[in-house]
Structures are given as structure tokens and as C-alpha cells.
Design a protein around this ligand. Structure first.
Ligand code: NDP
Length: 500
């Protein structure tokens, strides 16, 4: 056998035997002084970190982002500085609801999280494979996720729970329609689009602010799995999407996506809301392509698998709050809540200094006055001679006025728990999507919905059916038919014919 490096303990002490523990005799007992055994067993107990509450099952890879279109009139971020510029990046794709052992081919929304290691800090784009979400108010987020998890008593996933919630929250209908359409089961992670979903802001060098939405279009084409194909796949392999991503990169078949943006000026945003009644910051809505056409920005290619899954993917920590100069938030309530909750989750599950791990570490200097906490390496700021600001000691970092963002004009501010249900059109865009489907996709979507909704109580089925009718009469009729519900009788019973 070729000469191998020496096995050591975690402290670096050479080891001579990795198969026989230290005992008082052939029968045992063990000796406390077998520190090698103690170290291994104690570390083993600590191998897992808490799995993510959502998006627990994921796959990731590293790659390169390249600018192909000039958007400097909208954005001063260094990453978009000039056509041809390249930036290292990381992507993690995931399912939402299942635990770490869940099957990849389940019907679920997919996470689409990107980290760009720019020279002015990490920019994270923590999106999904859908352009909208189930709720528009973050007070509903944890409640919604509970409906995707297990019933507290039976410990089973529960379709009644999920449809009960959705039927009581009609703003979910748009996302529900996507989830049960063909795109609810991407064939691979390579064959799906990504969307920033929220509205963000871009700021240009002149200090002008624009509202933007991000779209990442797969260059591999959209491919999906039917329910039957997925059931067959899961029966033999729970890791279909992990395997596909890993193997395609290993064989040099690098997946790629095109980044496009939609842009609104603040004035256009006001006009859009006046004319359509749709809040441009409502996460349950898209901006129509015809009114806000896609503008090409660049493309990214994934070309390197992680060396170690745990270190580089399980510990990868993406936060919508990781902005860089030129990119910022919007008033979207869901985004605002995520700005807090993601970084908070990483501090809990990875550790206070999660940004110091190699996968999360910015590639630019990091200089600040945060100190200590578990696992601090402080590599970048170890030579600083002050741990407070303001200070007059030479060589310590100072804030720079050129990074000031333009002020936000919020108009009239009325602090209240503004009703997130009143005056909202929850049905038109879901109906628009339905009307785009060909007959095959309509049939499959209605069948998939009926398959899951059929498990819910009758009262829930009928409540939800009204929402399908409100979106499109054909949509309601087709689902009702697949549920075996007589629409006329049901509507008469519910006295909701006026809504249909
Ligand atoms: P368009 O006809 O310009 O856009 C329709 C878009 O629908 C397509 O571009 C495609 O998005 C997307 N699509 C097709 N099949 C599915 C599916 N099964 N699940 C999800 N999306 C699908 O019209 P509009 O821009 O006016 O939008 C009409 C409807 O299309 C919207 O109400 C929305 O439901 C849906 N949609 C719109 C998007 C947008 O940003 N405007 C983005 C995605 C969906 P893509 O090109 O991204 O693959």
C-alpha cells in the first residue's frame, strides 16, 4: 500500500491503533485513559447540528456568475460592474417541508438559495422555484409551516391540516395552483427556474432607487415528473435530485441559469397599484411580463461539487439580509421578517460566528467591532487595537459616507395591524395561471389537488372549492368533478353561487 499520512487525534497526536480500545484485559473493562476512544465517541455524539426547520433536505454546489448585460443604470453593485465580470458563488436547492431524510422527488416548493462572494461582501439571494408564496403576512409564516409538518398527536403529515389552512387563507391559491401543477415536482434541480420572489431594491451610482424582481431561468429547460413517475422513483431512490446534481457536475455537464430582472420605478409602482389594485410588494403576486419585461443580466454555472457536504452545504448559511451596496430590501412584509429570522436561525443552529466558517466567509476583508462568542476565529480583525467605536486609534476601521443609501419616502405612515385580507384580489393571478395551462396540465393539476384535498374534511373541501371557482369556473368544476362533488348541489348548499 502506498505510503499514507499518519492517523491522528483531533489534537494532532499520532495514533497507532484504530481497531482495539485500551482495556484491562481481553474481556475488558475499558480504561478512562483511552483518550482516543473518548474523543471519538464524544465527537460522534455531536456530529449533527439542528436541521433547518424548513428546507432541511438540500443539495448544493459551487460555481461562477458572469455578467452578460449592462444594468449599471439601475444598480451600482460591484458584481454587475461590467459585462464579462465573474464572481464565485454557491447554490443550495432544497425541499421545504420534509426532514433531512425526506425524498427529493416529493411534491413541494423547492428552495433556490444563492450566495455570491462579491468584493463588497456576500450577496445572498434566498429564493424558491416559484415566483410567489402562500402568505403575505409573516405572522402567518410559522402557522403555515406547521400545516406542512406533522400533526402533533399522530406525528403524521396531514392533508386536512394543510387544506384547512389554505382554505381559510385564500391568498395561498396562487402558490397552491403552482404547487399542484406540473412544476410542483421538478424532475431534477437542474430543470427548474429560481425566483427571488420578493421585490427588492436596486440603487444606482446616482443614488436612484428602483424596485426589482429576480428570475433565474434554467438553461436545461423545465422538466417535471408526474405523480406516478415520482412514486416509482422514490420507491428505489430517495436521493434522486442530489444524485443528479452531483453526478452531472462530476461528469462535467455543468448546469447553468440565466439571471433576468424586472424593474419598476417608484412612480411605476404607484401607478401599478392604482391601475391593477395589486400591491407591488405583495409576495402572493407576480408582475406581468408584458408590463415589466425581463431584462437579461447574467448567467451562472455550477461547476464544482463540495469537498465535504456537512462543512460546505449543511453549514452553508444564506440570509436575505446579506445585501451589498447597490442592492437592498423593499417594504414587503414577508421579506422584512426574513431579514431578521434567517440570520437568527444560523446563529442558533450553526453558531454565533457562522460567518467565519470557510463556506460562509466573505472573500473580502471583514472589519467590525463585534467580538467573541462561540468558535470565533477573528482572522480578519485580529490585529485591530480597538473593540469599540468611536475610537481614535490608528488602523481601526471606520464607516464611510459614500455607502449611504438614498432615503425612503414612505409617504403617510399609519402604524396599525393593517388587514392583510381586506381589499386583496387573491384570485385573478391564480386564474391567469390556470388559463395558461394546456388541457393535459389542467387535468393533472386538478387530479393532484383532488388526490390531496380528498383527504380533508368535506367542509374544508367545499370551502377550498369556492376559491378554485373564484379563480376560474373551469378550474373549480374540474377539481369538483375529480373529487366526485356535485357542484350545483354543493354551491346551493353553501349559498355561494354568487361568488362562482
Ligand atoms: P406570461 O404569459 O408572460 O407568463 C406566464 C409564465 O407562466 C411563463 O413565462 C412561465 O414562467 C409561467 N408558467 C408556465 N407554466 C407554469 C406553471 N405550471 N407553474 C408556474 N409558472 C408557470 O404572463 P404573465 O406575466 O401575465 O403571468 C401570468 C401568470 O403566469 C401569472 O399570474 C403567474 O401565475 C404566472 N407566472 C408569471 C410570472 C411573472 O413573473 N410574470 C413568473 C412565473 C409564473 P417562467 O417564464 O418564469 O418559466
Amino acid at each position: 500500500m502506498a505510503d499514507r499520512p499518519t492517523l491522528t487525534t483531533a489534537e494532532g497526536c499520532p495514533i497507532f491503533d484504530q481497531e482495539n480500545s485500551l482495556t484491562a484485559g481481553p474481556r475488558g473493562p475499558l480504561l478512562m485513559q483511552d483518550v482516543q476512544l473518548l474523543e471519538q465517541m464524544q465527537h460522534f455524539n455531536r456530529e449533527r447540528i439542528p436541521e433547518r426547520v424548513v428546507h432541511a433536505k438540500g443539495s448544493g454546489a459551487f460555481g461562477t456568475f458572469t455578467v452578460t448585460g449592462d444594468i449599471t443604470k439601475y444598480c451600482k453593485a460591484k458584481i454587475f460592474e461590467k459585462v464579462g465580470k465573474k464572481t464565485d458563488m454557491l447554490a443550495r436547492f432544497s425541499t421545504v417541508a420534509g426532514e433531512r431524510g425526506a425524498a427529493d422527488a416529493e411534491r413541494d416548493v423547492r428552495g433556490f438559495a444563492l450566495k455570491f462572494y462579491t468584493e463588497e461582501g456576500n450577496w445572498d439571494m434566498v429564493g424558491n422555484n416559484t415566483p410567489v408564496f402562500f402568505v403575505r403576512d409573516p405572522l402567518k409564516f410559522a402557522q403555515f409551516i406547521h400545516t406542512q409538518k406533522r400533526d402533533p398527536k399522530t406525528n403524521l403529515r396531514d392533508n386536512d391540516m394543510q387544506w384547512d389552512f389554505w382554505s381559510l387563507c385564500p391568498e395561498s391559491l396562487h402558490q397552491v395552483t403552482i404547487l399542484f401543477s406540473d412544476r410542483g415536482r421538478p424532475a431534477t434541480y437542474r430543470n427548474m427556474n429560481g425566483y427571488g420572489s420578493h421585490t427588492y431594491s436596486m440603487i444606482n451610482a446616482a443614488g436612484e432607487r428602483f424596485w426589482v424582481k429576480f428570475h433565474f431561468k434554467t438553461k436545461q429547460g423545465i422538466k417535471t415528473m408526474t405523480d406516478e413517475e415520482a412514486a416509482a422513483a422514490i420507491g428505489v431512490d430517495r436521493e434522486t435530485h442530489q444524485r443528479d446534481l452531483y453526478e452531472s457536475i462530476e461528469r462535467g455537464d455543468y448546469p447553468a441559469w440565466t439571471l433576468k430582472i424586472q424593474v419598476m420605478t417608484p412612480e411605476q409602482a404607484d401607478a401599478f397599484e392604482r391601475e391593477t389594485g395589486w400591491n407591488p410588494f405583495d409576495l402572493t403576486k407576480v408582475w406581468p411580463h408584458a408590463d415589466f419585461p425581463l431584462i437579461e443580466v447574467g448567467e451562472f454555472e455550477l461547476n464544482r461539487n463540495p469537498e465535504n457536504y456537512h462543512a460546505e452545504i449543511e453549514q452553508a448559511s444564506f440570509s436575505p439580509s446579506s445585501f451589498v451596496p447597490g442592492i437592498g430590501p423593499s417594504p414587503d412584509k414577508m421579506l422584512q421578517a426574513r431579514l431578521m429570522s434567517y440570520a437568527d436561525a444560523h446563529r442558533y443552529r450553526v453558531g454565533t460566528n457562522y460567518q467565519q466558517l470557510p463556506v460562509n466567509k466573505p472573500r473580502c476583508p471583514v472589519m467590525h467591532y463585534q467580538r467573541d462568542g462561540q468558535m470565533a476565529t477573528a482572522e480578519d480583525y485580529k490585529h485591530m487595537t480597538a473593540n469599540y467605536w468611536p475610537n481614535s486609534r490608528d488602523g481601526n476601521p471606520a464607516p464611510k459616507p459614500e455607502y449611504r443609501d438614498p432615503a425612503w419616502d414612505l409617504g403617510q405612515v399609519i402604524v396599525d395591524r393593517h388587514d392583510s385580507k381586506a381589499n386583496h384580489d387573491d384570485f385573478t393571478q391564480a386564474g391567469n395561471l390556470w388559463r395558461l395551462f394546456d388541457d393535459g396540465q389542467k387535468q393533472r393539476t386538478a387530479a393532484a389537488i383532488a388526490g390531496a384535498l380528498g383527504d380533508a374534511r368535506k367542509e374544508v373541501q367545499l370551502r377550498q372549492l369556492c376559491h378554485f371557482f373564484r379563480a376560474d369556473e373551469e378550474y373549480g368544476k374540474m377539481v369538483a368533478e375529480k373529487l366526485g362533488i356535485n357542484v350545483e348541489e354543493a354551491l346551493a348548499d353553501l349559498n355561494v353561487a354568487g361568488h362562482a
